[in-house]
Write a protein that binds this ligand. Sequence first.
Ligand code: C5P
Length: 230
Amino acid sequence: MIDAHEDRVGPIVTLDGPAGSGKSTTAREVARRLGFRHLDSGALYRALTLALLESGIAQEEWAEMDEHAMRALDVTVTPRGTELEVTVGGRRVGRELRSEEVTSRVAYLASLPAARACLLNLQRAAGAQGRLVADGRDMGSVVFPHADVKVYLVADLGERARRRLKDGGVEEPSGDDVESQSAVIARRDRHDSEREHSPLRKPEDAHLLDTTRLTFEDQVTAVIELVEGV
Ligand code: C5P
């Protein structure tokens, strides 16, 4: 197993938290400003889900697959300049990772130990050089336990639902929209927090950042100040 702590030449920053807490957008912007790479680990779980859906393997069979079979689905993450490019079967993937089909199945896939093992080394290899901002559910607790700065982002459920809806193009979400989106997010949070392997939880040494009342700029600045403070 690669120990990201041993060989790296620059810092690793981890941002973990529940769905819609602002991890990915914050991590991307923090990375851009610091000139670091951004690892969106959720995108890897989504890419593996997409690969399974495209392979035609029935969902009931996913739990029977071992790590080797998961690897054969050919999900990769490769540095391209300051970007980390995610591919499935050699094809770059992006927007399709956010489809309803993928989103509704990804938390199940992420609960399978073979899937987590398959992606663990990919994530650590992406951080081997350091100068990385990684976001997800277990970046600070499992993947990069020796990270230099760990942040755990939280926000009220309703606020997270509103952000997700706005990201999806709904400018003025109605009360009903927020309620149904809150239920979807709460279900995924439950799945992620209650699973046996690498459940979502705040690492003891992580800084807690409640983003409910913060602007995006405030969030980014708060993380950068933590990085600059080490
Ligand atoms: O962050 P995002 O919503 O794209 O993540 C999709 C799903 O991937 C999460 O709901 C979670 O089930 C899984 N995931 C995970 N561990 C990570 C990142 C994502 O289990 N480090």
